[in-house]
Structure formats: C-alpha cells, structure tokens
Design a protein around this ligand. Structure first.
Ligand code: PMP
Length: 405
C-alpha cells in the first residue's frame, strides 16, 4: 500500500515495542481497546505537567488554558464526525454511558407503555441492556431485527418491524463480535420514513471508517475514545441540537446549572446540561490528540489498509483446517471471530499469548449475537491501523502449529 508506512506507524506506539513471553508483541485485540500513539500520551502528560486545572468559571490562567484545551477537544470531535456545531458534542465516559444517557433522558421523555424500541441481533450488550432497563421502567417493548447466516442484517425484516409504535432505532454501525458493517444509510432512511430517530453505535466503526453525521442524517451517534487510539474513560454522545435541547438532564450536579435555589434549578444550555460534575479533562485532551493523529494518517487510508489486512487474513484462515469463521458478511471491518474444532477458545487465546499474540476469547459482550451462530464464545483477532501483513502471518502460522497438535 503506497504512502502507508507501517513501520513508521508502529514506531508511533511505544507499547508495541516490547516482547511478551519471549516474542515480539502482536496486538490483535483492537476491538476491545486500541493502543495509544506517543502524540496522545504526550498531550495527556503535557496537560498534567503544564495546564491542569478545573475548567470554566475561574479567573486564573491555568483555568483558562484547561478550558480552552477541553473546548478545543470538543471542536476536534465535532470535525471528526462532521457535526454542525460543537454544542452537539457531549463528553461522556464512553459508548456505554452515552447510550444509557439517551435511553434514560430521551427514552423516559418520549417512550411509553406499548411503544417499541428496535435494535438488531448483533448488538453489543451496551446497546441492549440500557433499552431493556428502559422497557422495564416504561412498559415499552424491545424488538430485534434478525440477521442471516453470514451475520448480515435482513433489511426487509428490519423494515417490516418498523411501525407507528417504533419510537427509536438503536443499531451498531460495525458489530464488535462479527465485524459486520451495517447498511447504516439505508437503516436511517427506512427509520426516518416513519419519523423514527436513529442512534448509531459507532464504537467499532469510528476507528475504521470515515464518519459524517450530517451526511448520514444520524440523530444520535456514540463512540468511545479508547477505541480510536485515545484514553479510556472518555467518549462522546452526538445528538442533533433540537433533540438534545428538548431532552431533560440525566445527571444533576455542578457545571450543568445556571442558577440553583432550594426550590428550583435553571439548567445550562448545550452541551453543559448533560455534563454534570468535573469531566475527564485530560481524557478529552488526549482524545482530541487521537483524532488529530487519525486525521493526519487519514481514515480512508486506514480503512483501505485494514480492509486489505482482513481480506488477506480471511483467505489465509479459510485454508486452515478445523477453523470456522463466525461472521462472514460481505461488508466487514477488521474483525475475525473464529472457533477451532477440538480446542477451547480460552486455550486457543492462551496458546497465541504464549507466542506474544494478544487476541481475545469469550463472548465479547455480545451473547445474543454469538448464540445466533450456535456458539457461546469465539476467539477474536481484530486489526488496528498499526497491524501489518507480517502480524497476520504470525497469527496464521501460530494457529497452524496449534491445529497440527
Ligand atoms: N458498542 C460496541 C459495538 C462496542 O464494541 C463496545 C465496546 N466493546 C461498546 C458498545 C461499549 O463501549 P465502552 O465499553 O467503551 O463503553
């Protein structure tokens, strides 16, 4: 791939330069979390070394610097996802908190007994459980759109589940356990034909595909910083201004108020209304540095590189005896979920680890998705922007050693 210097990119990530169990570390657990480039580590430590202060409402210099850094990060995230204005970006702990916020604030205000919430079979638990909690609280009903044997959403059946009762659609853009890329444009168009807002879970798509909420016409979009090479503990909720404005606050506390008496509180406008308490300021600064880093390389180049890796790895896996790939959608991003006949998934992951390869085993917080394919757990190798064809070769040759045993 011309212009994509994998050696230079690997050098940007200090953690990759180590041996694990006597072998060079091969990090293939990117769907769980990604490693951090030097630029993110430096931005975070520079913040603590020079600028650390609580933000807003202070006259001193460091407070102004910290506020500028925090709000500057918000603008970077706005550009990263193509939102119209920075006020539509709410900093949260991550995807999980963002979905809970929408379920409890938008959901409690707009979804009642007998109303329907529509998700798909291949969601992460973070896009199932918050809706179940809401359904329990309100008497709403959770509907689930099915997928075919490849793990592709059955769009006609999805469309047939939409009705006047549907009050929100919440779908993942890329499925974490299978890698399926959902046809998000069509999903949004179908839902909007019924006037139903759509929440896009971009936790897995944000590191791999260019996002533009304005072009998509997404109503809500959520992502986690730690999946886009940023820190843990920080993420964003994007919401269209008119939706966020109409939503009641979720958590109450400092920062989110304009005036408080013991009988009445006036809330701030967007986005502060949803940011009660001291946020993860350094986390936001680190996340801003992460999206700068991604933009410098370019999401289209990253997507092309990772697509080539996945195609190569898939072809190699198909030649491995006793290995079954779970999730064979035509449109996939960066995830190879698999089981090995005669071998427990944990044993496979431990075997890989003994050769320095980090891959995840388990249900990947997507039990209903895996059960659709008759398995409780898989081994998952997931690629990031720093993975090389050599990394794939190491994975495949190590698996070949295992299946020969
Ligand atoms: N949705 C998807 C598709 C995910 O992959 C993940 C993380 N595995 C989440 C939601 C939850 O993200 P977090 O744990 O960062 O809140």
């Amino acid at each position: 791939l011309s212009g994509y210097d994998i050696r230079q990119i690997k050098n940007d990530f200090p953690i990759l330069n180590q041996s694990v169990n006597g072998h060079k570390l091969v990090w293939l657990d990117n769907a769980a979390t990604t490693q951090k480039p030097r630029a993110v580590i430096d931005a975070t430590s520079r913040f603590y070394e020079r600028d650390n202060s609580n933000i807003h409402r202070a006259a001193h210099t460091l407070a102004a610097r910290a506020t500028d850094a925090f709000e500057g990060a918000r603008e970077k995230l706005q550009r990263f996802i193509g939102a119209h204005e920075a006020a539509e970006i709410v900093f949260v702990r991550g995807t999980t908190e963002a979905i809970n916020l929408v379920a409890q604030s938008y959901g409690r205000a707009n979804i009642g007994a007998g109303d329907e919430i529509l998700i798909t079979t291949i969601e992460h638990h973070a896009n199932i459980v918050p809706w179940q909690l809401l359904a329990k609280q309100t008497g709403a009903v959770l509907r689930v759109a099915p997928v075919n044997d490849k793990g592709e959403l059955l769009l006609e059946q999805f469309a047939a589940l939409l009705s006047g009762r549907t009050k929100i659609v919440a779908v993942t853009h890329v499925a974490n356990a299978l890698g399926t890329i959902n046809p998000i444009e069509q999903i949004i168009a179908l839902a909007h034909a019924y006037g139903v807002p759509v929440l896009v879970d971009a936790a897995q798509s944000s590191p791999h595909l260019p996002l533009n909420v304005a072009a998509l016409d997404a109503d809500f979009l959520v992502l986690s910083g730690h999946k886009v090479y940023g820190p843990t503990g920080i993420g964003i909720l994007y919401g269209k201004r008119e939706l966020l404005e109409a939503m009641p606050p979720w958590q109450g506390g400092g920062h989110m108020i304009r005036d408080v008496t013991f009988t009445h509180t006036e809330f701030q406008g967007l986005p502060e209304k949803f940011e009660a308490g001291t946020p993860d300021i350094a986390g936001a600064v680190g996340l801003g540095a992460a999206v700068d880093y991604l933009e410098q390389i370019g999401l289209p180049a990253i997507a092309a590189h990772e697509h080539a890796l996945l195609e190569y790895a898939t072809a190699e896996f198909e030649r491995l005896p006793d290995v079954r790939i779970i999730g064979t959608a035509a449109a996939k991003a960066s995830v190879l979920s698999f089981v090995v006949k005669g071998h427990d998934v944990t044993d496979v992951a431990k075997y890989l680890d003994s050769y320095g390869i980090a891959a995840r085993s388990g249900h990947h917080c997507a039990q209903p998705a895996l059960r659709r394919f008759g398995v409780e757990a898989t081994v998952r190798a997931s690629f990031g922007l720093y993975n090389s064809f050599e990394d794939v070769d190491t994975l495949v040759s190590t698996l070949r050693l295992l299946v020969r045993h």
